[in-house]
Write a protein that binds this ligand. Structure first.
Ligand code: MG
Ligand code: MG
Length: 270
């Protein structure tokens, strides 16, 4: 994948369109999260998200996304050791699983991209810690998305926080600019060095997406050529928001209409 990609600067009007796309996307994620109960299949979660997108007359940029073969669904649904890009299907969710849902929505030509990981019923202490710290690492990174900062400030903040908790960030998959295309410049890794990289400017929009692993930073791809798992099969989690850099600070575009985070029934301080 080439990262000689264009960085686009959005107008205030375009940011409002992206916020609308993000709101729809958050609703789709919420529907998938609500469907994540023991006995449900990963296809059920995809169907729940898809129904929301359809109700708004929008589509997911994931569907037919180019890869080893065109991606076959509107979301990716990744369970436990599956880090990202799990293809929804017949896998049945069990009590104690954790499941990541990544979804995109295109509204008036602009893309929103966001992901959450949710527990299925009661989960282990390590799973709970993983979910909490991965989501927190996303917000730690977002706080650094201030005009004048550099990409490395964001990347290193995510890495330092995750590693301080004893877990790992992946090296092979990264966050990215988002706009009219789902993947634009700049590339925003979850590891890096503060003070390095391009300078963040108002109007840039970035999908920041910490992918965290319990046992190793190493990953491998399954035979389906899409699903990425932890090399040692340990638990993984993934949270993502599309965020605008503005004069007033970072603006999260992929929250629910009321400003809440999708995926949790009740607010929880992380
Ligand atoms: Mg995504
Ligand atoms: Mg993304």
């Amino acid at each position: 994948m080439s990262w000689e990609r264009q960085i686009s600067i959005k107008s205030a009007h375009e940011l409002n369109i992206m916020r609308h796309a993000g709101q729809i996307n958050a609703e789709a994620l919420q529907a998938a999260a609500d469907a994540a109960i023991p006995g449900a299949t990963t296809a059920d979660l995809n169907a729940a998200a898809e129904a929301v997108l359809k109700s708004y007359g929008v589509f997911s940029p994931f569907y037919k996304y180019p890869g080893p073969y065109p991606y076959p669904a509107s979301t990716t649904v990744s369970v436990n050791e599956e880090l990202v890009h799990g293809i929804p299907g017949k896998r049945v969710l069990l009590e104690g699983d954790i499941v990541s849902i990544d979804c995109g929505a295109v509204y008036e030509g602009f893309v929103a991209d966001s992901a959450i990981t949710v527990p299925v019923g009661q989960v282990s202490d390590v799973a709970r810690k993983l979910l909490t710290l991965t989501e927190k690492s996303l917000y730690v990174g977002i706080e650094k998305m201030v005009a004048g900062n550099r990409v490395g400030d964001v990347s290193s903040a995510v890495q330092d926080f995750v590693e301080s908790q004893g877990f790992y960030v992946t090296r092979e998959y990264t966050g990215h600019g988002v706009g009219r295309e789902m993947h634009e410049g700049p590339q925003v890794p979850n590891y890096g060095i503060a003070g390095r990289g391009i300078i963040l400017r108002p109007g840039m929009t970035i999908a920041l997406e910490p992918m965290v692993l319990v046992g190793t930073p190493a990953t491998r791809v399954l035979k389906d050529q899409w699903t990425v798992i932890s090399y040692d099969h340990s638990l993984t989690a993934h949270f993502e928001h599309s965020v605008a850099v503005t004069e007033e600070g970072p603006r999260i575009l992929t929250l629910l209409k009321d400003g809440g985070r999708p995926g949790r029934k009740s607010p929880e301080t992380v």
